[in-house]
Write a protein that binds this ligand. Structure first.
Ligand code: FES
Length: 618
């Protein structure tokens, strides 16, 4: 098989690519973050590249369908379909890059009295002598009992391996970290006791370095989940693992590598040693949880979508390849079901769902959206496939929430005002921008209730048989990309928002409530933190409640992971939340289809809301 050199611009990375290897696979092999929402199936168009020089394979039938003749003529190709036919240079536009997404790590800060699972003890030991030849480990365990009345029976084998030389280096004075009845770390006295909390999301990974004695967060950081290279949604990644178990190992390895990078980076920011991390807590959706643990994921994609295990797990970090203190555990809180993971339970924990007064909906919006209805002690949860539209996927000029993405937009009579991330020139539109655009188009009377464009607006045009509205015009703003919202984009958003709204409605109806009885809607997650709630209400994504009923709480799952790390009581509470949660499968509900069609309209519920407001205001 022939090899060709492919030069990826503007990242400036080159690599050898076999004649039958796709540009996407080649880019991913070289560590270049190219978007691939559909995992290379040729349906999302997020992997568009432009040929600058050289030859590529003939366009596949998928490309002929996905790209217009004009785009193909201009050198545009799908990286997942095209293979090199000679040495070549290709350009990756900003909207096709998956590396620089804005990552939300902040969330509501909840403080609890520190009560960690791993506790530190200061020991001063007597040095051995010819008249006292007790073994070093026995001496240490005996001292723990004598000085703290602690019945500690085990020492982790890695701790044991380094115990004798280290304890001599420290002149028989040390700090012992104990989890239950096991010594999991040893350090010089005094030493910081740190913990690592991780929210392992499908798109991003957020990490927090926490001082276990004070509960204080010392550093927080977010990274893209490197598994994106294998498909941006869960199903694409699971399909890859089903096709080749080797891929499962690769997916696991790349996340472990990123977690190690995260731990090292957080420690460097807090001027700490990674050996001081004596415990980690990881929350995530069920697929991320299973992939990290190397559990089978096939059954997650098959009816009835069951998890391998829902149990709370404590696994030695070294068994997973995670480099923290040598005997430390990684704690995985219990998961709810195959489609609702420990991240949702962590979100419910951090938002004090227990103590919420009145009927409340908790939402974590993503490609898969988890929704809980909490009424006192009762929690009913569901999940819906909301797709990638909120992350810019399947949208003609959609992109992640990265530099240059339109994130806010307002349409007045003759003008369109927009704000981009980092105030950079616009290169595409991210989920919150799409939501704003469609809400504004509706309010300006440019699209009707069904989502169809009204004819006769000067900014509406037809390109490749597709009606589209010109948001940013290249001719209008010299040198900037043309950015449009197409009829198909509106349909994508309608499907995504209908999935979520149907979930909310059916949860309410099944429990005998109506949306008018809702007291509060709590919205978590990256997308949920940046959306304009009034736009979300206008398009009918959220129920028509007064705006002060909505609470955006940022990365609440990460905050929940921190609580579990710092407090054993919170750890029990998280377990209790999972036990009390009843899962409701949407697809099996007889009203699902009818409700889905009804909620797919734009603005329908907004009209009802206006009517209600009018009634309330007399
Ligand atoms: Fe290429 Fe989706 S179209 S990855």
């Amino acid at each position: 098989m022939k090899l060709h050199t492919v030069d990826f611009e503007p990242v400036g990375q080159k690599g050898q690519c076999q004649e039958d290897e796709s540009l996407l696979d080649c880019a991913h092999r070289l560590g270049i973050g190219v978007s691939s929402v559909c995992g290379g199936r040729g349906t999302c168009k997020t992997c568009r590249v432009k040929v600058i020089s050289g030859a590529l394979s003939e366009p596949t039938s998928i490309e002929l369908e996905a790209l217009s003749a004009q785009e193909l003529g201009g050198g545009w190709r799908l990286a997942c379909q095209a293979t090199p036919a000679s040495d070549c240079r290709v350009m990756l536009p900003a909207e096709s890059m998956s590396t620089s997404q804005r990552i939300h790590v902040e969330g509501l800060e909840v403080t609890v009295p520190p009560e960690p699972a791993v506790k530190a003890y200061h020991l001063q030991l007597n040095a051995p002598s010819l008249s006292d030849q007790q073994a070093d480990a026995d001496r240490l365990l005996e001292a723990l009992y004598e000085q703290y009345q602690l019945h500690c029976r085990k020492i982790d084998i890695n701790v044991l391996r380094s115990l004798s030389p280290q304890i001599r280096d420290w002149n028989w004075e040390c700090q012992v970290s104990v989890c239950d009845d096991e010594v999991v770390a040893l350090g010089p006295w005094p030493n910081r006791q740190l913990g690592l909390a991780v929210d392992l999301g499908t798109t991003t990974i957020a990490g927090y370095l926490v001082d276990l004695s004070s509960g204080q967060t010392l550093a927080a950081e977010g990274f893209m989940n490197p598994q994106i290279s294998y498909g941006e949604d869960i199903i694409s990644r699971i399909n890859r693992v089903i096709k080749s178990p080797q891929e499962g190992i690769r997916l696991q390895e790349c996340v472990v590598e990123k977690l190690n990078e995260l731990a090292a980076s957080l420690c460097s920011e807090a001027n700490a040693s990674i050996d001081s991390i004596v415990e980690a807590v990881v929350v995530g959706n069920t697929a991320m949880h299973h992939l990290l643990l190397g559990l089978s994921v096939k059954q997650l994609a098959l009816i009835p979508f069951t998890a391998s295990t829902g149990l709370t797990l404590d696994i030695k970090a070294c068994e997973l390849g995670i480099n923290i203190a040598s005997g430390a555990y990684v704690h995985f809180p219990a998961i709810i079901t195959g489609f609702v993971g420990s991240d949702h339970a962590a979100m419910l924990l951090a938002t004090d769902s227990y103590q919420t007064e009145g009927l409340t909906v908790f939402l974590d919006i993503g490609t898969n959206t988890e929704i809980s209805l909490v009424n006192g002690d009762e929690i009913t949860t569901t999940s819906c496939a909301s797709g990638p539209a909120f992350e810019g996927g399947h949208i003609k000029h959609g992109m992640h929430a990265a530099r240059g993405a339109i994130e806010r937009l307002r349409i007045t009579k003759d003008t369109i005002d927009y704000q981009t991330i980092d105030d950079a020139p616009p290169v595409g539109i991210c989920g919150s921008g799409v939501l704003d655009a469609i809400s504004q188009l509706y309010l300006a009377g440019i699209i009707e209730n069904s989502g169809r464009f009204m004819p006769d607006h000067p900014r509406i045009r037809i390109t490749d048989n597709q009606t589209e509205f010109l948001l940013v015009d290249q001719e209008e703003e010299d040198g900037q990309s043309t950015i449009v919202i197409t009829q198909k984009d509106i349909r994508e958003l309608q499907l995504a928002k209908a999935a979520i709204r149907t979930g909310i409605q059916l949860l309410l109806e099944t429990n005998g409530f109506t949306e008018e009885q809702l007291g509060q809607v709590v919205i978590a997650g990256s997308f949920g933190s940046y959306i304009d709630v009034s736009s979300a209400v206008t398009v009918g994504l959220l129920p028509p409640l007064p705006l002060n009923c909505f609470r955006q709480v940022g990365n609440a799952a990460g905050m929940g992971a921190k609580l579990v790390l710092v407090s054993l009581s919170k750890c029990d509470e998280a377990r209790d939340i999972v036990t009390r949660t009843r899962y409701m499968e949407l697809a099996s509900n007889p009203d699902f289809k009818k409700m889905f069609i009804e909620t797919s309209h734009v603005g329908k519920y907004w009209l009802r809301h206006n009517k209600r407001e009018m009634l309330e205001n007399g």
